[in-house]
Design a binder for this molecule. Structure first.
Ligand SMILES: [Zn+2]
Length: 329
């Protein structure tokens, strides 16, 4: 378990002490990358690697030079301190930070840079090997609407994204959650999600929708509460998923002012899940530690891949024109 004040800063003042310059950032990333000691890409371990003049680690066995950031989200950056500050901003604000907020806080010249960094950090927010949910799990779908102002002030619905939510329940308290955007509400989409994120043998609680009907055959216990014929409003039989759905919608509209494009939705769902599952964590610095730790285990993303070239040396964030959720909805 990482220690507050030793493995991660607890406050902004401690952050400044931890990371006075680029060199301190490199040392910190090396510590988080090689938690069990230095290991070169060819698998040679070394208690103390040698140093090149440029500050890279040199394997004493095969003499290869390696940087702690090679192949990771931080690869190639010469602004590690700014990156860590961005990670700090994202994890220390209760609802996360928008690109505009990060641009202002770091004094970045370009909104696009802040936007690209946040897109990259989101890719580190969910571990692929994460544990499955267990116990009693509510599952239901919600829709993220996409109304866009049409011509002459009218509105037209461009597209709606279907997000399926799984929420661990301890009584009426919500435990951990998982989210996934699905193309439809047919059985393969819904049950495929359940199989991927919930431990077999768990109790799955759904409404009477046929897409969930045969989930028991996949090794789960299944409780059905038919909401359509019930006199109770839907939020009473499924308090977990409905609470999560309303927080998700509010977060999309609040923190990001609806500026979430369909193409990037999956990464925003990851960020929401990352935050939600750590919502009771009192140590915001621990969130920072986890994010940086995971970023060092997340593959490098080319910045250019996030943008569309619009000619004459200009570019814009990909799919920014098709916003999934508008502020006005
Ligand atoms: Zn080596």
């Amino acid at each position: 378990m990482p220690l507050a004040g030793v493995d991660y800063p607890r406050t902004l003042v401690e952050f400044q002490t931890f990371f006075p310059d680029e060199k301190a950032c490199v040392a910190y990333l090396e510590r988080l990358r090689w938690t069990d000691g230095f290991m070169c890409p060819r698998g040679h371990a070394a208690a103390t690697p040698w140093r090149s003049a440029r500050g890279l680690c040199i394997c004493p066995t095969c003499r290869c030079q390696v940087s702690a950031t090679a192949g990771t989200l931080f690869e190639g950056t010469r602004k590690l301190r700014h990156w860590l500050m961005a990670a700090w901003e994202v994890t220390n604000r209760k609802n996360g930070a928008s690109a505009l907020a990060v641009q202002r806080a770091l004094g970045l010249g370009s909104y696009e840079t802040a936007w690209a960094w946040l897109q990259k950090l989101r890719r580190a927010m969910v571990r692929p090997d994460r544990d499955k949910l267990g116990g009693e799990v509510e599952v239901d779908e919600t829709y993220l609407g996409t109304e866009e102002p049409g011509v002459r002030g009218g509105r037209h619905v461009v597209k709606r994204a279907i997000v399926v939510i799984a929420s661990e329940m301890q009584g009426r308290r919500i435990g951990r959650i998982r989210l996934r955007r699905v193309p439809d509400v047919a059985a393969p989409s819904l049950q495929g999600f359940i199989v991927d994120v919930v431990q077999p043998g768990s109790l799955i609680h759904t409404d009477g929708w046929q897409g969930y009907a045969s989930i028991a055959a996949k090794g789960f216990r299944h409780r059905v509460t038919v909401t359509r014929t019930s006199d109770q409003p839907a939020h009473i039989p499924f308090p977990g998923v409905h609470r999560v759905a309303s927080l998700l919608k509010r977060w999309c509209l609040g923190t990001h002012q609806g500026a979430i494009s369909e193409e990037h939705l999956d990464y925003y769902l990851d960020e929401f899940t990352f935050r939600f599952n750590r919502r009771t964590s009192k140590a915001r610095g621990l969130l920072f530690y986890r994010l940086v730790f995971q970023a060092l285990r997340t593959a490098h993303v080319e910045t250019d891949a996030l943008f569309l070239d619009t000619g004459r040396g200009r570019r814009r964030p990909r799919a920014h024109g098709r916003r999934l959720v508008e502020r006005s909805v």
